[in-house]
Design a binder for this molecule. Structure first.
Ligand code: HEC
Length: 160
C-alpha cells in the first residue's frame, strides 16, 4: 500500500514537472518595461531566429525606417499556421541606410489581451528602450490588419 502511494506520488511529481517544463520560463506581462527587460536581459532578441523566408537585413515598405531585420522567438518560429502561438514575439529592428538602429517595434501575442485584433500587444521603443508608445495601438493595428488572415503578420508566408 505504502509502496503504491509513493509510486503514485513519484508519478505525480514527474507529471507536474513535465507541465512546468512544457510551459517553459515565465513570459512577461503585456507591459512595455517588462517586455523590454525580457527581450534585452532574459532572452536577448538578437539571439533569436529569422523566419526562413525573411532572413537578415531587408528593405522596408513600412514607415518605421528604410531597412530592417525581423527576429522571432521560438513560439513564433514554431507557429506553422496562423494564428501564432500564445507567447509569440516578433521584433522588428528598424535600421537607417547606414545600419544605425532607429527604433525597435514589437508584437507580442498574449491570449485574451485584445481578442478583437488578434491578441497582439504592440510597442515601439527607442534604440535604448525608451517607450514611444505601447498597447492596443490603433495605428499599428490599422496598417497590419491588411493581413488579418495571416494574424497581422506582413513579412512571413506560412507553410512555405
Ligand atoms: C503604414 C503601415 C504600418 C504601420 C502604421 C505599422 N506598420 Fe509594422 N509593418 C509594416 C510593414 C509594411 C511591415 C513589413 C516589413 C517592411 O516592409 O518594413 C511591418 C512589419 C512589422 C513587424 C514585423 C512582423 C510583420 O508583421 O511582418 C513588426 C513587429 C511591426 N511591423 C510592428 C509595428 C508596430 C509596433 C507598429 C505601431 C507602433 C507598426 N508596426 C505600425 C507596416 C506598418
Amino acid at each position: 500500500m505504502l509502496k503504491k502511494v509513493s509510486v503514485g506520488c513519484f508519478i505525480g511529481v514527474m507529471l507536474l514537472n513535465n507541465v512546468l517544463f512544457a510551459q517553459g520560463e515565465e513570459m512577461p506581462k503585456p507591459e512595455a518595461e517588462s517586455v523590454w527587460q525580457y527581450i534585452t536581459q532574459e532572452k536577448p532578441f538578437t539571439d533569436w531566429s529569422f523566419w526562413p523566408d525573411h532572413q537578415g537585413t531587408n528593405p522596408s515598405n513600412a514607415p518605421h525606417a528604410p531597412k530592417h531585420k525581423i527576429y522571432v522567438n521560438t513560439q513564433a518560429l514554431h507557429s506553422k499556421q496562423p494564428p501564432l502561438q500564445d507567447g509569440s514575439m516578433v521584433v522588428k529592428y528598424n535600421l537607417s541606410p547606414a545600419d544605425e538602429v532607429k527604433a525597435i517595434t514589437l508584437m507580442y501575442k498574449v491570449k485574451g489581451y485584445n481578442p478583437d485584433a488578434g491578441d497582439w500587444f504592440w510597442v515601439q521603443y527607442s534604440p535604448t528602450g525608451e517607450v514611444y508608445e505601447a498597447g492596443k495601438l490603433e495605428k499599428c493595428i490599422g496598417c497590419h490588419a491588411a493581413k488579418s488572415a495571416s494574424d497581422y503578420i506582413l513579412v512571413h508566408k506560412f507553410n512555405n
